[in-house]
Design a protein around this ligand. Structure first.
Ligand SMILES: Cc1ncc(C[n+]2csc(CCOP(=O)(O)OP(=O)(O)O)c2C)c(N)n1
Length: 295
């Protein structure tokens, strides 16, 4: 007899895949992969209730290393299709995953508009400080002067201050964590999934092959959990300060959160008072003939 997932809740096995992970030894993606599965299981979100959307990159290869509904899109374009899926079916829990290359270069425009639109999705930045899949080019977040494979003398551009940039857009949920701390990542992911609108999570990720400066050791030594210090996540000014000042220590945990702003879906006038979702409304129509035109 098959016991429906809802009656007992999903297990880690329900989110596992037969595909073997191909990340380098020591890659932070292993930790993030574990935390994502653990989050969904602990929140009793069954695989059919979630959609995991992946950008292109090393992290994007997670898309076939998990069970459940997943999408693997174009480089830098994960946010539009994640947001579209969520707006079509708001009952789904939707998470989007992107690298720092994709999110702060190719897809930076989408990030800007996702924050100002306040789409009700979780965005997870796999921040390994470089373009990993294409073997270590500098990204906009690579530290200036840091030698990389294609820029052995360091890059001439300034490093983008990603957190200052994010805070300048008046986000409603910002967290930072790191790939070596599965418990903290799980906590932050759970809180992000409960957030009303767009949740931005910066996961600092070790990349032992191409970014020999962002090591597990450095992250372990520098990261400090704000929770233990009684940080008030409603304090925007303090949160921004903590997020930006990373020279001596890197503050992790939930930096900023507010729940009083309606999300994009809640603001849509034609959706006011509707008890059905757009996908449920469309399901009533037989589109078989229409689809034939496109095959
Ligand atoms: C529009 C576009 N630009 C560039 C590429 C080539 N490309 C594929 S993966 C990748 C690197 C991805 O780096 P990042 O987004 O930081 O993710 P990571 O591999 O580090 O997880 C690049 C440059 C592409 N596929 N499409």
């Amino acid at each position: 007899m098959t016991i429906p997932l809802e009656s007992t809740g999903p297990t880690m096995k329900d989110y596992s895949s037969r595909n073997i992970c191909t990340w380098c030894d020591g890659c932070g993606d292993y930790g993030i992969w574990t935390a994502v599965k653990r989050t969904l299981v602990e929140m009793k979100i069954s695989p059919h209730e979630a959609l995991l959307c992946y950008d292109v990159g090393c992290h994007g290869n997670m898309s076939d290393k998990l069970g459940g509904y997943r999408m693997h899109g174009l480089h830098g374009r994960v946010i539009p299709f994640a947001a579209g899926a969520k707006l079509a079916n708001p009952k789904l829990k939707v998470m989007a995953f992107g690298g720092d290359g994709a999110s702060f270069s190719e897809g930076i425009g989408h990030l800007v508009h996702a924050i100002r639109s306040h789409y009700p999705i979780v965005f997870v930045l796999h921040n390994n400080g470089n373009y990993g899949l294409t073997t270590g080019q500098a990204s906009a977040l690579t530290v200036k002067n840091q030698p990389m494979n294609t820029s052995p003398n360091g890059i001439p551009e300034e490093t983008l201050n990603s957190m200052d940039f994010i805070f300048s857009l008046e986000p409603t949920f910002v967290a930072r964590t790191f790939s070596g701390d599965i418990a903290q990542m799980t906590y932050v992911l759970k809180e992000a999934l409960k957030h009303r609108g767009f949740a931005f999570i910066d996961i600092l990720q070790a990349c032992p092959t191409y970014n020999r400066f962002a090591t597990h050791r450095m992250l372990l030594e520098k990261c400090a959990d704000l929770e233990a210090e009684g940080h008030n996540p409603a304090d925007f000014k303090k949160a921004r300060e903590l997020a930006v000042n990373t020279a001596k220590r890197i503050s992790t945990g939930i930096l900023f959160r507010r729940e009083d702003i309606p999300n994009f879906y809640e603001r849509l006038v034609p959706r006011q008072g509707k008890t059905t979702t757009p996908v449920e409304e469309v399901e009533k129509f037989d589109v078989t003939e229409l689809m034939r035109e496109f095959v």
